[in-house]
Design a binder for this molecule. Sequence first.
Ligand code: GTP
Length: 361
Amino acid sequence: MINDDLEAVLLVGGQGSRLRPLTIATPKPLLPTAGVPFLAHQLARAREAGAGHVVFATSYRAAMFERAFGDGAAYGLCIDYMVEDEPLGTGGAIRNAAGALRGGPDDPVLVLNGDILSGHDIRAQLALHARAEAAVTLHLTEVTDPSRFGCVPTDADGRVTAFLEKTPDPVTNRINAGCYVFRRSTLDAIPAGQVVSVERETFPGLIAAGETVMGYADAAYWLDVGTPEAYVQGCRDLVLGRLPAPAVSGVPAPALIAADAKIDPDATVGGGSTVGPGATVAAGAEVTGSVLFEDAAVGEGARVVDSVLGRGARLAPGVILDGAVIGDDAVIEEGNELRAGARLWPGTHLPPTTLRFTPDP
Ligand code: GTP
C-alpha cells in the first residue's frame, strides 16, 4: 500500500543535549533550519512519499510541537501528538505512538528520527519493504568513517544480518540512517510502557528471531544534525541546494534572508547563510555559511563564519566568530574572537577585551 493512507511516526522527544545551548529553549526538531522549523523538511518529504497521517512522539518540551504544527492542515497532513511523561527511548516512543495509529496489522508505518536530513527515495524504501514482505525495512547510508558508528551488514539479497556495535574494524561502511518502515504488527509487538531502544533491542531481537529485516542502502545526501557543526552544515546545504528542500521557497541561493532582516549594502552575506526575521548586519560585516536567528545583530566590520548567532544575540563592531555557537540574547563586546568549538550560554555578556588567546600549534 503506497498512497495517501500511509502513516508516519516522527521521533522528536530527545533532549538534543549535544546541541546545547541552542536546545535549551527550543527542542532540536524545532530549531530554525533554512528559515523553517527543522521538522518542516521531514514533513514535506513524508508528504511527498504519500503520508497523510503523522504521529509525533514527543517528550522534551512536548507542548511546543503542537503550538508549532497544530493539526497539520497547513502542511496538508493530519497530525496527532503522543506524549511520554518520561522519555521511553526510540522503541518505547514508537510503541507509545502506535496508540494514535489507525491502520491494520499488515500496513506499513514510516518512522523518522527527528534530526536527520536525507535526500533518499522513501518511496523506493517502501516498495522494497512491500516486495520483501519485511517486518522492518531500514534505510542504510554509507559513511567514510564507519568506526564512529555501529554498522549494519546485509546479505546479497539486502537482508540485514546483524546490528554491530562500534568497532575500530567495521565489516561494512553502511550504518543505520534513522528512517524505518515497520509492519504495523511488528511495531505493536514492542513492549508497551517501558524504555526500549530499537537499535539495541528491537532490531537485534527481530534478526535473532529470524524475521525479515531489510536494508535499503543508497548513497543519497544524508546528515544527522545532532551537533552544532552538523546543524550549521545542514542549514548551509539546504540553502545552497545540495539536497532537495521542498519546504523552503527561494533556494538554492547564496543566502536566505528574511524579508524584514536589514543587511547594509556594504555588508557581505553568503556561503549558504540564513538571516532570520528582524536580524541586522551592519556595514563592512561579513557573514559566511552561518545562521543568524531572529533579531540577532552583527556590528560593523564583524566577521561570522560557520557559526550560529542565537535569537537577539549581539556582536559589537569587529568581533570575529569562526565555528562558534552563541546562545540567545548573549552580547559580545569589541575585541573578542571566538573560534571553533566556542559556545556561549544564553544571556552571557562578554566584556571588551584586548587579550588574544593563541592555541598551541
Ligand atoms: P542528544 O541528546 O544530543 O544525543 O540528542 P537526542 O536527544 O535527539 O538523541 P538522539 O540523537 O539519539 O535521538 C535520535 C532521535 O530519536 C531524535 O529525533 C530524538 O528526538 C528521538 N528520541 C530519542 N530518545 C527519545 C525518547 O525517549 N522519546 C522520544 N519520543 N523520542 C526520542
